[in-house]
Design a protein around this ligand. Sequence first.
Ligand code: ATP
Ligand code: MG
Length: 180
Amino acid sequence: MFLKQLNIYGFKSFAEKTELEFVPGVTAVVGPNGSGKSNVTDALRWVLGEQSAKSLRGGTMEDIIFAGSDARKPLNYAEVSIILDNQGGKLPIDYNEVSVKRRVFRTGESEFFINDNPCRLRDIVGLFTDSGLGREAFSIISQGKVDQILNSKPEERRTIFEEAAGVLKYKQRKKKTEEK
Ligand code: ATP
Ligand code: MG
């Protein structure tokens, strides 16, 4: 599985439709301080289901919508979509290519899509659990994350290993069943 494309519109500093294409191998994003490098990874984490505004370096979810600049008016919504190559079948969905899209409006309303079909946030989170790309996963290591992992309690750190081992999904299902 690899990330083929990331499309960003209205998310943080991305006022214009921006398409980033990736090929297998290493891609480095370079630029001056404050030019939006970290916003690229924030966009990726958000479309993968991140729900904490704080971890996206904002106060509320509205803070991720382009707030305007001297030359541009603020936008009313933010939209991020990704296209993943799923030829190895790592994602539990019967498609070689999977697209995921997330939109949020200033009114607070959200929309989610998997392969252009409307879905719930929970479906997106479920799709990525145990794939290595999930919210608790290890594939995105942001600034400060290494310290956080080293300083966390063993039980908290365990979640990362469980995701890597692919057992998190079953643990979450068990918990849900026990709640019923
Ligand atoms: P550094 O090299 O310092 O880590 P960076 O390239 O990672 O910088 P980012 O943190 O990605 O930079 O981008 C910060 C910029 O994004 C700031 O200029 C900030 O004003 C802008 N920004 C963040 N949220 C919004 C928003 N909602 N609307 C407009 N601009 C925003
Ligand atoms: Mg940065």
